[in-house]
Design a binder for this molecule. Structure first.
Ligand code: XMP
Length: 529
């Protein structure tokens, strides 16, 4: 974000810890806006954001390792409060004149390798602004540690305010400069008071009010989009999913009819999906919307194709072709809007060669900006998925869109193993709609991450009335997950599944058998292809 539009903020300097994003979440949950910058870009981010506080993250590296990352010195001289977490504590101590040694060199004299991993307990030994209203001297608290190295000599100006068995410097503080260091990780849930400690840092120590809200974010973003786009045109590929929907509505609020949305109906959508998108965006929000009926084109290209990867590749490539053609018809758009989210922007930090910022390209429009020579508008880049949902609600998007299960770019094609035909898509659409209707009626939709039907390339024998049938098998899948990376099977009651199976076989011509998928991820994937 541009500093002219930035709310009061916290800069999080990333040294490559697996849990850096959790720091950002906790800070935002405390009502304070925060951004993560890889350590090599921290100086630039500092000047741009003018943060009211800085948090230094953990790292897989060790301070004594050759070439391990350092924080830009300017951060320590800016008069801004700093909280160093784990590696952040160690690197701050090292850079300010203290000493950090490898755990196994200092150990505890018992042959123990010296580090602490997992649950640990610390004892508060002194009052500290970080603990105000939360921890008292003499208290013992559970925290989560994960460190091999440790500070063996703190830097001038610091004092110990909490100790643990494995880390005599569990928390150190320099109250004059408002510099604090914790050897443990307050950002993880295994440190029960961690969120409160972080809230204490950003509110009490840094003096931020904690009044950052989605409404404020929306206003900030609208101003920023206007400044970025000026009087130019923006084109947005709408998928009907929550990310592109929220991005489109936000951009439309900012620049009105300078935005055109393109919705490609590739014939692989769920039942009524196209109509829902048309009603919502064209009729309700009055957003200029081009709907492209590309079903025949996609079906022709998919004919005879059974290889999952080839199906995906064809759909991705053809999507770009169609989108490009439609964008050319709209004419003269300089900007392409994308619903890229924060977790899509992977900042992987390598401490030998510097950080590499890899952007996971949106599956559908990846490569388009370069091909079409367009700049990107990505108003959700700083948000997590649940924050996007909050923003969607703030923009008046109904729950039907805001709370929707994820739907893959290649659509039903990856839920029809084997050849995809219009006929098979129609059969699957009907079964899927019945299954989802039952899930909604049972009040289970929001408890499930993703639920869908698949149509197997297998026919089995059945009997209906007096007649023998020979028809397709339908698989049902439902999983819970937090990010789609791992998933558990949703444990429906047997009666619920029996009812779905009965309805599907009775109401959908072409299906005579229904099975439920009991595979978690891993080892299975969520989709079947
Ligand atoms: P898997 O099947 O890999 O899916 O366990 C994890 C999550 O990703 C979604 N998915 C996709 N999304 N394009 C997408 O936009 C794709 O090609 C794609 N493949 C899988 C899937 O629906 C689940 O939410």
């Amino acid at each position: 974000m541009n500093s002219d539009h930035l709310p009061d903020s916290i800069l999080i300097v990333d040294f490559g810890s697996q849990v850096t994003q959790l720091i950002a979440r906790r800070v935002r949950e405390a009502g304070v806006y925060s951004e993560i910058a890889p350590f090599t870009m921290a100086e630039e981010a500092f000047h741009r954001m003018k943060p009211k506080g800085i948090i230094l993250s953990g790292s897989p590296a060790g301070v004594p390792d050759e070439g391990s990352p350092r924080a830009p010195d300017i951060l320590f001289n800016a008069g801004v409060p700093i909280l160093g977490i784990c590696y952040g504590q160690q690197v701050m101590s090292h850079q300010l004149g203290g000493e950090v040694r490898r755990g196994h060199e200092v150990g505890d004299g018992s042959g123990n390798r010296g580090g602490e991993f997992g649950r640990a307990f610390l004892t508060v030994t002194k009052e500290c602004a970080l603990f105000d209203g939360l921890w008292d001297v003499g208290d013992r608290h559970q925290v989560w540690m994960s460190h091999g190295d440790k500070v063996t000599q703190f830097a001038p100006g610091f004092e110990i305010v909490a100790t643990s068995d494995g880390a005599p410097f569990a928390v150190i503080a320099d109250e004059a400069r408002k510099f604090y260091g914790t050897q443990f990780h307050p950002e993880v849930v295994h440190t029960p008071d961690g969120a409160k400690l972080l809230a204490n840092f950003v509110r009490h120590v840094c003096g931020l009010k904690g009044d950052w809200t989605m409404a404020a974010y929306r206003d900030t973003k609208i101003a920023e989009i206007r400044a970025q786009v000026g009087d130019k045109k923006v084109i947005c590929g709408l998928s009907g999913g929550v990310d592109s929907s929220v991005a489109a509505i936000l951009i439309h609020e900012a620049i009105g009819d300078q935005l055109t949305c393109v919705f490609v109906d590739h014939g692989l959508l769920r039942q009524n999906e196209r109509e829902q998108v048309e009603t919502m965006f064209r009729d309700h929000y009055n957003i200029p919307l081009v709907v492209v009926d590309a079903e025949q084109r996609f079906m022709a290209g998919l004919a005879g194709q059974t290889d999952p990867e080839k199906k995906r590749k064809f759909i991705g490539g053809e999507f770009i072709n169609v989108f490009e053609e439609e964008a050319a018809k709209v004419g003269g758009a300089d900007f392409l809007a994308q619903g890229t989210l924060y977790p899509d922007v992977i900042e992987s930090v390598s401490f030998t060669g510097g950080p590499s910022v890899t952007i996971k390209s949106h599956h559908n429009v990846g490569g388009l900006p370069e091909r079409m020579n367009m700049q990107l508008v990505e108003p959700l880049r700083e948000l997590f998925k649940d924050e996007v949902r909050d923003l969607g609600r703030e923009l008046g998007l109904p729950d039907m869109f805001v709370g929707r299960h994820p739907f893959p770019g290649p659509g039903l094609a990856i839920r029809i193993p084997g050849e995809v035909t219009k006929e098979r898509c129609d059969i699957l659409r009907k079964a899927d709609a019945i299954y989802l209707e039952e899930i909604r009626n049972a009040g289970l939709y929001d408890a499930i991450w993703q639920a869908f039907a698949v149509l197997l390339p297998v026919k089995t024998v059945g009997v209906m009335g007096d007649a023998r049938t020979y028809d397709n098998v339908c698989g049902l899948r439902a999983v819970t997950s937090t990010d789609g990376m791992t998933a558990d099977v949703y444990p429906f009651d047997a009666s619920f599944l029996t009812n779905c199976a009965t309805r599907i076989v009775n109401e959908v011509q072409g299906i005579n058998r229904v099975v439920y998928d009991y595979t978690s991820k891993p080892p299975g994937t969520i989709e079947w292809e």
